[in-house]
Design a protein around this ligand. Sequence first.
Ligand SMILES: Cc1ncc(COP(=O)(O)O)c(C=O)c1O
Length: 393
Amino acid sequence: MRTIYLDHSATTPLDDRVFEAMRPYFAQQFANSKAVHRLGHEAEAAIEEARVTVARCLGCMPEEVVFTSGGTESDNLALRGLAQYARLHSQPFTLITSAMEHAAVGATARQLHEIFGASLRILPVDRYGRVDPDDLRAALRGLPADGIALVSLIYANNEIGTVNPIAELSAIAHEHGAYFHTDAVQSPGHLPLDAQAMGLDMLSLSSHKFYGPKGAGVLVLRQGVPYLSAQTGASHEDGRRAGTHNTPGIVGTAVALELACAAREETSARLSALRQNLVEGVLSRIPDAELTGHPEERLPGHASFVFKDVLSSTLLMVLDQHGIAASSGSACKSGNEQPSSILEALGYGPAWTRGGLRLSLGRDNTADDIAAVLDVLPEAVAAVRRLALPSHA
Ligand SMILES: Cc1ncc(COP(=O)(O)O)c(C=O)c1O
């Protein structure tokens, strides 16, 4: 049975062209980029070429590109880097974030607050999961004059697809003397991404979200941002991230990012149209179903729903039996029936918060895939409701 893969927000397949670019660096050109011999210099040259490409795609300088092991590490380095710098200089540290963050930011922020004494302000969101610029303005009032403040807000939410007005929010942060970081992990290939034009001090990416390799990512760290690496070791990446370079991963990241940026407008337009049909089809065929996230200001290929009286984990298993690979969008796995904190933050009650479904499209999906999902999903939801609640029999 062919699998219809609708879980691109979780990860994407490696692009063949990316794989070919990476291939030499696994075996023939395997040397450590820090080695003094010729092979080492070749690895270093490949990394520096990748850095230039990534910088060109992201609107920053090559020296501002830090290669990491992925989105989680980039988020950690960003938040902890400023917190540690503040601690070193005995400055109060304030972190402002939102209820919509991925755990890589959310859990890091909580730990910085609980264990390291950072002052933490968590912004509310509207019913689509967007941060209101006025709430950010209010949170930025009364910051300690001698302190360092960081605003970290997600660009596009992984679970509900909503896109924040990042350029506007970063401008507000700067007006109040705060630094601005965005988790842009879901954005490459879908949304414009330019650190200079959007006024970003830091941004995090993860290569496996844009047809690149797993275990590779980027932190853009603009010059002048106070930073003390949370990771200690040798002096790789100019002391900003220690550890032997993942040369194939770095080369693959650059090629994947370049391809994603070049195809962005065409792919986004096509996926938006497919997603629109999917959303209309689901909402018209299934009772007690809602689209979650913003109807327009959302990732082009991202459709997320919530179904009343449905357990996502069961629904996902039923869909899987029909060859449809989907996700709830949250960390809900079989046997882990925790309600989604994102759906709770949007105001959904207990009858809804275990019933999220995320269908995230990628460049290989077609209108036939959407038709197949619309054939299967209504009966799958009805079957899960019958299992869970006799009232739906
Ligand atoms: C918004 C967001 N941030 C961070 C991450 C973590 O990225 P990685 O898997 O590269 O650690 C993810 C991955 O799901 C994500 O969607």
